[in-house]
Design a protein around this ligand. Structure first.
Ligand SMILES: [Fe+2]
Ligand SMILES: [Fe+2]
Length: 259
């Protein structure tokens, strides 16, 4: 199975920019690149911060631009999203009655569990109800002999960049308490950090991906610093024996070295 991991679009109404970056052009370029190079991917998963300020026009732009993808796309909520506005503009998503956006996708590779950690712009947390849903879905997948892949905006642990660690998932310990009994979780995909970070947490592999907009500098201190590193998305390849993550710096794909 092949799918695309895209994250942190931070759309704003045209012609607003973030740090001089044309956010809409960056997403358009990503969608063009995916369509040109990876049109055979089955899905595109977008791990939150769809918009920067949660305005209605930007959610309409999310739909307008992502609808150009040749494959189905699925999103989750990030701390820059505003659920009520997103729900009004994207009403066909599987919203729960309490306004949260948690759902399961059945794929050839296994069950994709999409989690909603949005509390406020500053706080990411999985409440008891959402954790109970996660446990219930993990149990069902295990009983059915199905592998599981988790998707969440906030990283639930420290990655060593102190200011980002200050805005991680607030209750990573509770999240881990739910996960620890299960051996069928093959990978976790996060957004939020605007950097590519790969590794494992309590034995479960994870990856993040760059934003389509500004990137967080790699410095292990408190300085809140964004840099003009190029954006990327990830192409994920899954089979029975491996989960492979290929980061693709898509703005440079038309610049091969010719000498
Ligand atoms: Fe973000
Ligand atoms: Fe975020």
């Amino acid at each position: 199975m092949k799918f695309i991991h895209l994250s942190d679009l931070h759309l704003l109404p045209h012609p607003q920019t973030i740090r001089g970056i044309d956010v809409i052009a960056r997403l358009e370029a990503a969608v063009d690149s995916i369509g040109k190079n990876f049109s055979d991917a089955e899905l595109c998963m977008v791990t939150g911060d769809l918009t920067d300020m949660g305005d209605a026009e930007s959610y309409r732009d999310v739909r307008r631009i992502l609808d150009r993808l040749p494959m189905p796309w699925h999103v989750l909520m990030g701390n820059h999203d505003v659920r009520s506005v997103a729900q009004a503009e994207l009403p066909d998503l599987p919203w729960h009655a309490d306004g949260s956006l948690q759902y399961e996708l059945t794929t050839d590779a296994g069950e994709f569990l999409i989690l909603d950690s949005l509390v406020t712009r500053e706080i990411g947390r999985l409440c008891e109800t959402r954790l109970a849903w996660l446990k219930e879905r993990l149990t069902a997948a295990e009983q059915a002999g199905r592998d599981v892949y988790l998707f969440l905006h906030h990283v639930p642990f420290d990655i060593g960049i102190r200011w980002l660690d200050g805005i991680k998932l607030e209750n990573g310990d509770q999240f881990q308490d739910v996960l620890k009994g299960f051996s069928n979780i093959r990978h976790m995909f996060f957004g939020h950090v605007h950097r590519p970070v790969h590794g494992s947490w309590h034995g479960v592999p994870f990856s993040t991906v760059r934003a389509t907009v500004h990137q967080a500098a790699l410095q292990f201190g408190d300085t809140h610093l964004f840099i003009e590193e190029n954006p990327s998305y990830a192409v994920v390849l899954i089979d029975d024996t491996s989960v492979l993550i290929h980061d693709h710096s898509y703005l440079e794909e038309n610049l091969p070295i010719t000498k």
